[in-house]
Structure formats: structure tokens, C-alpha cells
Design a protein around this ligand. Structure first.
Ligand code: ADP
Length: 489
């Protein structure tokens, strides 16, 4: 079987690396390479950044009338919808996520562009009360070139997300997708050109962490937007120091999912299974710590287990599959290692799924959901982001106890609360240090609502009208049209 060839996209053209170097993308369901991908080194990153600046300086996009920008962004969205089946199939081969989930990601990505197509007409400045004879206003201006560094857990959705915000306020972008899942990023850039986004506005350079680091340190990239691990987020802040780059970071999490005895238990069960295991737990907002009220813990955990046992781990191309394989051999080993760490720390393995052979997928990176109980809040499995379907269950005695355990990590990305008590819901929401609170609705997101990670989970706002400030810089203009005359020296 011949491998799919995947190239960078620079100046609107698919292009190999200057060095000719490539790497392989592995299908995690089979463990086999299925695509050969151009590997970007510093000179390829330089070419992409230059192309982005050329397009920006020419004004083909940055000075295009807002209504026309909006029209073209909607055209990208439409083409994505038209090609959703094709894109989903590529995404499934690259990531192992079930085809149905991949299709839903692709459609969500189209929705992001539809939302962001409204932004060009909403980039407002302000006027300020001024002295007589003066007029003072501020405006928002694009940075010029924004670098987007993207992880592998939702490749197409996140690459569109990373591009849409900067694009909607007139920037050109250089995108670097994770080395595990590069294929649909090149497709996205090609669709953009086809839909009328001028060449050079959306550039793609493939490669690994070194490629990302070259982009993050590039002196002519004034803004980086990154989604990924907290560790790499720290490297990006360090890389930004020399040029005082502005960075926007969406990082890791260890999100609590808190069940109170007054919750709608049926919904809490369904929602808890979903937030614990969806996308094989490979989401920064996965509810990887289940905190359940002591008074009903036994009953809840028993029912949770029964429900979770229905999860089908299997061939991602089959429509009844809930979870495909993990993204890579490295990730599989990392998750297995955390199970070992949990056992050694004395947590109780309530349930460890036994891998079942999946015909034709013997070399795939499959991992069954695993549940630990009797977890202590200080244990590593309760503190560190595992990024796999490994759940740590803890109990709490009262609301104060729940808040204390929930806030007891370095992260602050998201928290889910299950309760029907209004006072409790609002009090908990105030006291939990997380950027997103989901009351009875884990993973619910709307593109018009901003988000920001707290503590080590992020830096800067994204989505909604708040993204305008994130992807523009401020300029003020003081105009003297009849105020004081200068008389100095
Ligand atoms: P994950 O933990 O989900 O694998 P990472 O944070 O490791 O995510 O990677 C997310 C993205 O950051 C990927 O595109 C990866 O290639 C890139 N990356 C990794 N290391 C660096 C680095 N030092 N500087 C910039 N980008 C990096």
C-alpha cells in the first residue's frame, strides 16, 4: 500500500522541505505508517513566516473589507461541511478516534469558522472623554503574523480554532500541527486557498517539537497561540522572552467531576462516564478526578462501573465503537505507567479492562478504561495529567471537603458539578479555581462564550468577542485639532 504524501503549505502551495526530510504518520489502530510527511526545519519555518508577512504587508487579507473576509471564512466553512466525510476518514486514520467522533469534530470546526466569520465586522475601538480641542481614540490592530502550535487530540478542530481567531482580525498565520496527526492540517490549508483565503495567509509547517520551538522562538512572530501540555507551555514562555512575544496558552488540566447526593443521578452517571472516558480521556478538560459524596459513594461507583462496562473499545471505523486506540505507542506506555504508579501508591484498582483482540488491529495502541478507587488527593494519579482513560475516584464528606480536594492541584482548567441545589451550585462555582465551570453539563462549549485556563492551565482568553483582544494589539491616537499650542524651549 502506498503511503499518502503530506507536504507543508507555504504561499498557498504544497511544498516539500528544503532538506527533503520527511517523517511517517502512524495509524494508531494498526500501528502501521500510512502517510509520509514533510519535516520542517528552521529554514522551512523561516519560509513560512516570510510568506505570512508578505501576505500581511500586501494587505490582501489584512486590508480586505470586513464583509468580504466574512464571506470567504463562510466559504471555508461550507467546503469543510461538503468534505466532512473525507476529512473525518483522514482524521480517524491519523488519530484512531472513532469515525463518528471525527465527523462531529469536523462539523464543529465548520461551526467555529461560521462563528468567527462574524468577528471582522465587530472589531471596535473606543473614544475617550478628551480635553477641549483634543480627540482621543483607540483601535485594535492585528499583530501581523501569528504562530499556532496545535496538539494531536482534536487535530482538525483545534487547527481550525487556532487559525480562525487570528484570521478573523486580519492576521496571517503559520500553523504547526503535532507530529502524530498532521494530515488534515494540510487539507485545511488547501481548502482555505480554494475558498478564497489569499495564498500566504494560512501557512503550514509540519514537524515535531523542534519545529514548534523554531516557530516559538522566531524573531518575526510577535504572537504565539498554543494548545498542549503545561510543560511545553513553559518552554514557549521561555522562548518568547528574547523578543517579548505575546503568548496565548491553553494548557493541561486535572479536572474534578463532583457528584453531590442531591444530583439527578441518572444524568450524573451518564455525564461522568462521558467526561471520564470520551476521546479515551485524551482531552485537557477530561473529568479525570471523580469526587463523589461519601454518603452515596458505594451506590454511585457500582452504577458507574456497570455503565462504563458498556463502552466498546475497538476498530474506530466501526459505528458501534466508543473508543479507538490511544494516539501512539509512547502515549500507551505513559498511560500504562500511570496505572503502575497508582497501584504502587496503594490505590485500589476497581476495574481494569482486559484488552480484547481486535482482528486486523493486533498492533494497535488499544487501552481499556481503568478505574482507581481509594485514591488519596496527594497521589500522582490524582495530581498529574494522564491523558488516557484512567479515572481516579475520591470521596468527600461535605462541601468544604469537596472544594478543598477539587482545588488541590496545580491546574485550573475546568470543573463539573452535579447538583440540583441552586445555592450549592453557585457557591461551588465561586469557590472552585477553574476557568470553566460546568454545572450538570460537562464538555458543553459555545463559540460565542470566552474561556481561559486558571493557574497552570493557561494564559489569555479565547473564543467569543474576547478573542479580538487576544489576537490584536492596542493603538491609541491623541489628536490636537484646536487644543493647547506647544510652547517649549
Ligand atoms: P501533548 O502533551 O498533547 O503531546 P505537547 O504539549 O507535547 O502535547 O505538544 C503540543 C504541540 O507542541 C505539538 O505540536 C508539539 O510538536 C509541539 N511542541 C512540543 N515541544 C515543543 C516546544 N519545545 N516548543 C514548541 N512546540 C513544541
Amino acid at each position: 500500500m502506498s503511503l499518502k504524501q503530506v507536504l507543508h503549505v507555504i504561499d498557498g502551495q504544497e511544498t516539500p522541505s528544503l532538506s527533503g526530510r520527511t517523517f511517517e504518520s502512524i495509524n494508531p489502530a494498526t500501528g502501521q505508517a500510512w502517510a509520509t510527511v514533510a519535516y520542517g526545519e528552521t529554514d522551512d519555518v523561516n519560509r513560512a513566516v516570510e510568506s505570512a508577512w508578505r501576505s500581511f504587508d500586501s494587505g490582501v487579507w489584512s486590508r480586505m473589507p470586513a464583509t468580504e473576509q466574512a464571506k470567504r471564512m463562510r466559504a471555508v466553512s461550507r467546503l469543510i461541511i461538503e468534505r466532512a466525510d473525507y476529512l473525518a476518514e483522514l482524521e480517524t486514520k491519523d488519530t484512531g478516534k472513532p469515525l463518528t467522533a471525527a465527523k462531529s469534530d469536523v462539523l464543529l470546526a465548520a461551526g467555529i469558522l461560521e462563528y468567527f466569520s462574524q468577528i471582522p465586522d465587530h472589531v471596535f475601538g473606543k473614544t475617550y472623554p478628551s480635553d477641549p480641542g483634543y480627540f482621543t481614540y483607540s483601535k485594535r490592530e492585528p499583530y501581523g503574523v501569528v504562530g499556532g502550535i496545535v496538539p494531536w487530540n482534536f487535530p482538525f478542530l483545534l487547527v481550525v480554532w487556532k487559525a480562525a481567531g487570528p484570521l478573523s482580525v486580519g492576521n496571517s498565520v503559520v500553523l504547526k500541527m503535532a507530529e502524530q496527526s498532521p494530515v488534515t492540517t494540510t487539507e485545511f490549508a488547501k481548502i482555505c486557498v480554494e475558498a478564497g483565503i489569499p495564498p500566504g495567509v494560512i501557512n503550514v509547517v509540519h514537524g515535531d517539537g523542534a519545529t514548534g520551538a523554531a516557530l516559538a522562538a522566531h524573531p518575526r512572530v510577535p504572537k504565539i497561540t498554543f494548545t498542549g501540555s503545561t510543560e511545553v507551555g513553559r518552554s514557549i514562555i521561555r522562548a518568547s522572552a528574547d523578543t517579548i512575544k505575546s503568548v496565548h496558552l491553553e494548557l493541561g488540566g486535572k479536572s474534578p467531576n463532583i457528584i453531590f447526593a442531591d444530583a439527578d443521578l441518572d444524568q450524573a452517571l451518564a455525564g461522568s462516564v462521558f467526561t471520564s472516558f470520551y476521546n479515551s480521556g485524551q482531552i485537557c478538560t477530561t473529568g479525570s478526578r471523580l469526587l463523589v459524596a461519601e454518603s452515596m459513594a458505594d451506590e454511585f461507583i457500582e452504577k458507574f462501573q456497570q455503565r462504563a462496562k458498556n463502552i466498546v473499545v475497538g476498530d474506530p471505523m466501526q459505528s458501534n465503537t466508543h473508543l479507538g486506540p490511544l494516539i501512539s505507542q509512547v502515549q500507551l506506555q505513559r498511560v500504562q505507567n500511570y496505572v503502575k504508579i497508582g497501584k504502587e501508591a496503594g490505590a485500589h484498582v476497581l476495574w481494569e479492562g482486559t484488552p480484547k483482540p481486535i482482528p486486523g488491529h493486533e498492533q494497535g495502541y488499544f487501552f481499556q478504561p481503568t478505574v482507581f478507587t481509594q485514591v488519596q488527593p496527594e497521589m500522582r494519579i490524582a495530581q498529574e495529567e494522564i491523558f488516557g482513560p484512567v479515572l481516579s475516584v475520591m470521596t468527600f464528606k461535605n462541601d468544604e471537603d469537596a472544594i478543598r480536594i477539587a482545588n488541590n492541584t496545580i491546574y485550573g482548567l475546568a470543573a463539573t458539578i452535579w447538583t440540583n441545589n441552586l445555592e450549592r451550585a453557585f457557591t461551588l462555582a465561586d469557590r472552585l479555581d477553574a476557568g470553566i465551570i460546568w454545572t450538570n453539563c460537562p464538555h458543553y462549549l459555545k463559540w460565542n462564550v470566552p474561556l481561559e485556563g486558571h493557574r497552570t492551565s493557561g494564559l489569555g482568553e479565547d473564543l467569543g468577542l474576547e478573542s479580538i483582544n487576544t489576537f490584536t494589539k492596542l493603538k491609541v491616537n491623541y489628536i490636537n485639532f484646536g487644543g493647547q499650542k506647544m510652547n517649549w524651549g
